[in-house]
Design a protein around this ligand. Structure first.
Ligand SMILES: [Mg+2]
Length: 176
């Protein structure tokens, strides 16, 4: 399961006149089911309790409960990227990443894993959810990859059996 690093202010809550972000309940239900979630917010430095306490002022109890069960704590000091496992399959959802954090991701060639949220756009969390949903569908890049996924590596018995059958099928088709 891919990891998802989750900011609070400007993502789950609006940053001005703090309130629940539009669509946050559906968004939380989606991410907590589909991703291995981690807090990445100033409200959590080593302990999830302060983040949950803060969120409890704004979110529905059922949404809060899902976050409480699913989201792990992280610890970081100056940069959020300190807490990200950069070698893993991850996504990071944040409204305001620092230049130094983006630079760190760029150096490691994982800048495309950052999803910048702008809650001033309508249906923003739904848009983010759609992007994340797309990332879950690992696209097959070629017919050869498809065959490997379906029948195994080219030298494996199952793949060779398929290749033979396919060759016979093609031969037969050419006869007609
Ligand atoms: Mg933020």
């Amino acid at each position: 399961m891919a990891k998802l690093y989750l900011d609070i202010d400007g993502v789950l809550l609006t940053s001005k006149n703090t309130r629940a972000a539009p669509g946050v309940d559906a968004f939380v239900a989606f991410v907590t089911q589909q991703f291995d979630c981690y807090w990445l917010t100033t409200h959590c430095k080593g302990d999830s309790q302060s983040a949950l306490k803060y969120l409890s002022q704004f979110l529905l109890p059922s949404t809060l409960e899902q976050l409480k069960d699913a989201v792990h704590s992280t610890n970081w000091d100056a940069l959020k990227t300190e807490a990200i496992e950069l070698e893993s399959d991850f996504y990071w959802v944040d409204d305001n990443p620092f230049q130094a954090e983006i630079a760190r991701l760029t150096t490691r060639q994982v800048a495309d894993r950052l999803i910048v949220v702008d809650l001033s756009r309508p249906n923003e969390l739904f848009t983010v959810q759609t992007k994340l949903q797309e990332s879950l569908k690992t696209p097959l890049t070629s017919f050869a990859d498809h065959l490997t996924a379906q029948y195994g590596q080219p030298d494996s018995p199952s793949r060779m059996a398929f290749e033979e059958e396919f060759a016979a099928f093609k031969h037969e088709a050419q006869q007609h």
